[in-house]
Ligand binder design. Structure first.
Ligand code: HEC
Ligand code: HEC
Ligand code: HEC
Ligand code: HEC
Ligand code: HEC
Ligand code: HEC
Ligand code: HEC
Length: 405
């Protein structure tokens, strides 16, 4: 009797549950189809579709979680109270230059740069902090929309002094700087310029993917997501480029697209045409300004410097991933970097530097062989009367620096 009642109860419960599911699905047919075929956030010029890292989360939870903490993902974002590092507090919200002063003020949850041109009645409307460029390790720059045209704000933020500074390369008077693909290409996953060549600063605002997200390093991945959501038992990756089958140069190019200098000489398509797996030199190269042998600058050219190092030249497999985990924020993990040096150098070459000194420095190989070096191209002016200050960047020319010891 009890058994029968239990059976009846569970059947009723099951029927109710099935009905609920049925009603839910009839009412929301979109939800399931959107899951099985997520909407594209943007479409690359070759037709491949971006779906964003949120779609990766369910199947690559660990990588997704650590990727959220990286400077890559956070290198651009919408402007808001969390993302903007500069201060809007009275007293520290002013950037005063020779013939112009800027005041940073919040209003209704948004943030604005007000321009006061000294000794003139000319008025400029306040410009909103719409986009933040830079995770804030060294500093941030800010962009503003005028309709669908993108401009850089003159005020930037400099982390070491926790203050507003004149944006690198700006004069000390007020200037509107249009932002084209050539500037933004390394700080976003994808944007669609209305002018295919990327020369203009008018964008499709709806096709704007912030941060260096999964699909910038793994190509637009809609087909991969759709396939695996529809075939959950398939355990082998489909429609996804496999790094372990790429050549060393292809693996390097995946990082070199943003870490080998500006590459502003476009040979094919536009700044976003190159995708991992292609040959980067066929898409874009650096302009050589004058002498081909001018020393490489430390800013943004880790690729050029590393490939000039003996460690790179005399091994067949070294690439960026030999030392870096691309999914992890490794800032300050000096110990783990030194382990990478030691792993190779115990068997091959042992340090011939004075061993006392090396012991004293706790085997800090990189302190002596990859010293931080001031950049010549990345400088900021702190105030109207100060000289330019350089950003210090870790050189990737692994070598013997005798003068530093
Ligand atoms: C419905 C599940 C699912 C979703 C969603 C998904 N993947 Fe995958 N992915 C897999 C499976 C299964 C594999 C193969 C097993 C593995 O390597 O984890 C894989 C493997 C990979 C690989 C390794 C390829 C190789 O063999 O070297 C990459 C890279 C990858 N996925 C990227 C992504 C990205 C980026 C996204 C989001 C845009 C994503 N995946 C979304 C299921 C999924
Ligand atoms: C789309 C351009 C782009 C690609 C592709 C790219 N990077 Fe970066 N990377 C950046 C930018 C921009 C920053 C500066 C981020 C910031 O702090 O705002 C950066 C920062 C870094 C940092 C410093 C992180 C920190 O915590 O400060 C490392 C290390 C790095 N990249 C390594 C790599 C490696 C390795 C690859 C290839 C697997 C790669 N990057 C691919 C643009 C890129
Ligand atoms: C060729 C790729 C590339 C281009 C183009 C580029 N950047 Fe960067 N940017 C980087 C990299 C890489 C870094 C990290 C520091 C480094 O390695 O030199 C960086 C760092 C920065 C930082 C400091 C970020 C931080 O968290 O400390 C700011 C701000 C910045 N860039 C703004 C800009 C602006 C504004 C433009 C356009 C005028 C621009 N960048 C163009 C690659 C690029
Ligand atoms: C800066 C570039 C970059 C970004 C951003 C990035 N990856 Fe990767 N990913 C790589 C590289 C390079 C490898 C190959 C590493 C190796 O061979 O050691 C890789 C390997 C993988 C693998 C296979 C190996 C493993 O570690 O399981 C998966 C899966 C993967 N990535 C998923 C993702 C997902 C999901 C995201 C976003 C949440 C993401 N990646 C973001 C560069 C990147
Ligand atoms: C993949 C293996 C590998 C890794 C990892 C590696 N090296 Fe090397 N390194 C080499 C090889 C091979 C040479 C060339 C040996 C020779 O000079 O005969 C070399 C040469 C050097 C030299 C001599 C450079 C010169 O110009 O004479 C120094 C210094 C050095 N490495 C330091 C480092 C440091 C510091 C690290 C960690 C940041 C490191 N290496 C990581 C393989 C490696
Ligand atoms: C031999 C090891 C090694 C290799 C290979 C290597 N790096 Fe690094 N990288 C380091 C070390 C060590 C640091 C400093 C980390 C720190 O200071 O916390 C670093 C820092 C960086 C930074 C941050 C620089 C700064 O000062 O903010 C970037 C960007 C970067 N690497 C990109 C790359 C790229 C791109 C490649 C491939 C072309 C690459 N790295 C290859 C060891 C390496
Ligand atoms: C206190 C600074 C310092 C530290 C720390 C240091 N080195 Fe050196 N290293 C030197 C100097 C200086 C030389 C050049 C010695 C000479 O030729 O007179 C050198 C030489 C080398 C060489 C070249 C040897 C040859 O025969 O050409 C390698 C490889 C090397 N170091 C690797 C390392 C590794 C790996 C570490 C970390 C375990 C390390 N160094 C830590 C200062 C240092």
């Amino acid at each position: 009797m009890i058994k029968k009642k239990f059976f009846l109860n569970s059947t009723i419960l099951l029927v109710i549950l099935l009905l609920a599911v049925l009603i839910y699905h009839c009412k929301n047919p979109k939800i399931e189809s959107e899951y099985l075929s997520p909407a594209a956030l943007a479409i690359h010029s070759n037709g491949e579709q971006f779906v964003g890292s949120e779609t990766c989360m369910e199947c690559h939870a660990d990588i997704y979680a650590s990727h959220m903490q990286t400077a890559h993902l956070n290198t651009s974002s919408p402007g808001n109270a969390e993302s903007i590092k500069g201060s809007f507090e009275k007293g520290s919200n002013i950037l005063d230059l020779e013939s112009v002063a800027f005041k940073m003020l919040p209003k209704d949850g948004s943030f604005y740069q007000h321009t006061e041109i000294k000794n003139r009645l000319l008025e400029k409307p306040p410009a909103r902090f719409d986009i933040v460029i830079g995770s804030g390790v060294r500093g941030q720059s800010y962009l503003t929309w005028e309709e669908d045209k993108l401009f850089q704000l003159q005020a930037s933020y400099y982390t070491p002094t926790n203050s507003w500074v004149n944006s690198p390369g700006f004069p000390s008077y007020s200037l509107d700087r249009p932002i084209r693909d050539a500037c933004i290409k390394c700080h976003v996953t994808f944007v669609k310029n209305k002018d295919f060549s990327g020369q203009g600063n008018t964008y499709e605002k709806s096709q704007f993917i912030y941060g260096v997200d999964c699909e910038r390093c793994h190509r637009p991945a809609k087909k991969h997501v759709v396939f695996h959501r529809n075939n959950p038992s398939e355990l082998k990756a489909q429609f996804m480029i496999k790094y372990d089958t790429l050549s060393r140069q292809q693996r390097l190019d995946a990082c070199a697209q943003c870490h080998s200098g500006p590459r502003d000489r476009i040979l094919q398509g536009n700044s976003f045409s190159f995708l991992v797996g292609n040959n980067l030199n066929e898409y874009a190269r650096n302009f050589y300004k004058g002498n081909q042998n001018t020393p490489l600058d430390v800013h943004g050219n880790q690729y050029g410097l590393l490939t000039k190092s003996e460690c790179f030249k005399q091994t067949k497999t070294m690439d960026c991933a030999t030392c870096h985990n691309p999914h992890k924020n490794e800032r300050g993990e000096t110990g783990s970097f030194n382990q990478k040096c030691i792993a190779c150098h115990t068997e091959s070459v042992i340090c011939t530097g004075e061993s006392d000194k090396i012991q004293q420095m706790g085997n800090n190989c990189i302190a002596c062989h990859m010293p931080t070096t001031p950049s010549k191209s990345m400088t900021v002016q702190l105030a109207s009367d100060s000289l330019e200050t350089s950003f210090n960047i870790r050189t990737h020319l692994i070598a013997i620096y005798r003068n530093d010891n």
